[in-house]
Design a protein around this ligand. Sequence first.
Ligand code: APR
Ligand code: PHB
Length: 398
Amino acid sequence: MTIPSRTQVAIVGAGPSGLLLGQLLYKAGIDNVILERQTGDYVLGRIRAGILEQVCIDLLDEAGVGARMHAEGLVHGGFEMMWAGQRHRIDLHGLTGGKNVMVYGQTELTRDLMNARQAAGLPIVYEAHNVTVRDFDGKTPQVSYEKDGRTHQLDCDFIAGCDGFHGVCRASVPRKSITEYEKVYPFGWLGLLSDTPPVSDELIYINSPRGFGLCSQRSRTRSRYYLQVPLTDNIEAWTDEAFWQELRLRLDDTGRRQLVTGPSLEKSIAPLRSFVAEPMRFGRMFLAGDAGHIVPPTGAKGLNLAATDVKYLSNAFIEYYKDKSEAGLDTYSARCLRRIWKAERFSWWFTSLMHRFPDDGPIAAKFQEAELDYLLHSESGARTIAENYVGLPLDFGE
Ligand code: APR
Ligand code: PHB
């Protein structure tokens, strides 16, 4: 594949944000080149959440990559919340006027996007090292990168920073031009993936005196479980057997009976963070996805937020090239941030409700139990959870 030295949109990062943006732009006839620091296999090896909102499903259809998701994804019309050993179902479908979510792993979605890009023969550079973004405050931004020991330059109209939380784009903005908001939580999530049937048809979010737990899934034969653990825990110290034992202790009797255990395919500890950078536009460079914001995983909003940033950004580029209008580019940051802060608030709140905070003492658990008892026995309370969980409409409040 020949990589051009000029393109309309240079995209840094080939995670879900960069790949989806590239695909939507390609569909609209806008050239783009993706530069990715890692190999494709490395990108596919990262296990992330797998709950898609309707807005995200629609966008994958629009990008022409929805076929396998519809064939293999599992439609979920509800999930369960457990506290004090009791389960309560949130009827997503009933409480939101017919909305659902789709269980489809981010790995699979990324693979579909990669395959579509390859099938279309679109330029993507894996193992692009020392990516540098320059002159995005002027009219002729540039990106340089090293590949196989040579330095290459890419001239472009715009740069899309889809390079995740540790990427180079946000880091290249002068400190005085950006405001960052951050909260780091005093615990992590220990995740385990296994080829075992899920303990239940739907997800179970558990608030237990031993800490949070989550029973999730990737398919009818592949499960994903999480346990809240202290940040000081070492992954090597967590044997598979210790994981299953601890999960049993956080489950109810039915869950313990139905749990099928097996060897882990992957096991890792992830920290939890809320983070937002404002604004998301710096001249001709735009941030999208994890490059601009991080949510704690409770509620699985990360991928969905990335998808809506990409929706707004691709529309803005299409307006710019087709209608010669900069209106979408000018409103991109404010529009995204309005949506992002609502998902940040929900993810923070859901995390606070379901986890045990080490410094909070017994009264905090009582407050949580009272709030859960109220929310789940009040239709408006349950509806508030449901409408946020399935995702607010794209034009919410507009
Ligand atoms: N140069 C090139 N590529 C880079 C650089 C760099 N300097 N820094 C990071 N990258 C790449 C990473 O290797 C990664 O593949 O950018 C990509 C960013 O991908 P993600 O971290 O997955 O972020 P994003 O695409 O915004 O995805 C958002 O998916 O990963 C989840 O938790 C995330 O659910 C959220 C959603
Ligand atoms: C997951 O399956 O990885 C998952 C599901 C729901 C969440 C978080 C993670 O809230």
